[in-house]
Design a protein around this ligand. Structure first.
Ligand SMILES: [Zn+2]
Length: 138
């Protein structure tokens, strides 16, 4: 996976600048400042954590969010999940195991991304995915 290269390109296209710099308050992994179109990421994160955080913050940039509310967090998570995953990718990475943790590890993202992605699917897509998994793993 070359998510990071794509994310840096995407940020550039969106006119968003990115820096890796402490200190972020508490245990924050990233923050987006809409006034400056600026994402600050915590240095030293593992790749799945970095990719997940980076894309989430780009989601905030996409919607022009400022501040943190459960509603904007969910919107950023869903946007990020749609940027990172597709149904085909999910199927491809479910061959070894259909467990969310394993699929996420195989994809190189955090499990929350897989969950947010599934949350964006239609009922028809979910049924199709479940049938696919059932066929693979029974
Ligand atoms: Zn957020």
């Amino acid at each position: 996976m070359t998510y990071l290269t794509n994310l840096e390109q995407l940020a550039h296209e969106m006119g968003v600048r990115v820096r890796y710099a402490p200190p972020l308050p508490g245990t924050m992994w990233g923050v987006y400042e809409h006034r400056f179109r600026f994402i600050t990421l915590r240095p030293g994160m593992g790749m799945p954590q970095l990719v997940t955080t980076f894309t989430h913050e780009l989601g905030h940039a996409h919607f022009g969010h400022s501040g943190h509310h459960p509603k904007t967090e969910r919107a950023a998570n869903r946007w990020a999940a749609r940027k990172l995953l597709t149904v085909d990718l999910l199927k491809e990475h479910s061959v070894a195991s259909a467990d969310t943790m394993s699929v996420a590890a195989s994809l190189g993202v955090l499990p929350s991304v897989v969950e947010a992605f599934i949350d964006t699917l239609s009922m028809g897509q979910i049924v199709d995915l479940m049938n696919y998994m059932a066929e693979l793993h029974t």
